[in-house]
Design a protein around this ligand. Structure first.
Ligand SMILES: [Zn+2]
Length: 145
């Protein structure tokens, strides 16, 4: 499912401060470029340990891999990366898009990932609190672990 980078909506959230990143689709060109290995490592760590306020309906499959028709690279998770200004939301596949297809996400996202506290930590929720309204279904804040 395609959403433009830095758009205010994606499959699992929308709002004035929400910024979609990495919701790629074969029908739309994406920004190519290289990124620092440290960024990829940090992003991978966030994705692996992602705090998930939403359970996705099903996996996304990479449309850029030729083997997709036979059931290729797929993932169903998402990751929320709060910065001071925006709440970035990316699909788990974003790591694959970067490492396998040379996708370069927006600089603001790269910065946010590098400075984001560990997922689920008190510091993480402190940074997420200004965007609490993006999760109206969560009654208790910060959410119990
Ligand atoms: Zn792929």
């Amino acid at each position: 499912m395609y959403f433009p980078d830095m758009g205010e909506q994606c499959q699992v959230g929308e709002g004035r401060e929400v910024r979609a990143v990495g919701w790629l689709d074969i029908a739309h060109p994406y920004t190519p470029g290289t990124v620092e290995p440290a960024f990829v490592e940090a992003l991978r760590r966030h994705v692996k340990t992602a705090w998930a306020p939403v359970v996705a309906a099903g996996p996304h499959f990479c449309q850029f891999c030729p083997e997709t028709r036979g059931g290729g690279v797929g993932a169903s998770g998402n990751v929320w990366i709060p910065s001071e200004r925006y709440l970035f939301v990316a699909p788990e596949l974003v790591v694959h898009y970067i490492t396998a297809h040379g996708y370069r996400p927006p600089d603001a996202f790269i910065e946010a990932v590098l400075t984001c506290p560990p997922q689920g930590s008190p510091e993480y929720f402190a940074r997420l609190t200004p965007f609490q309204h993006a999760f109206p279904w969560i009654d208790e804040w910060p959410p119990p672990r």
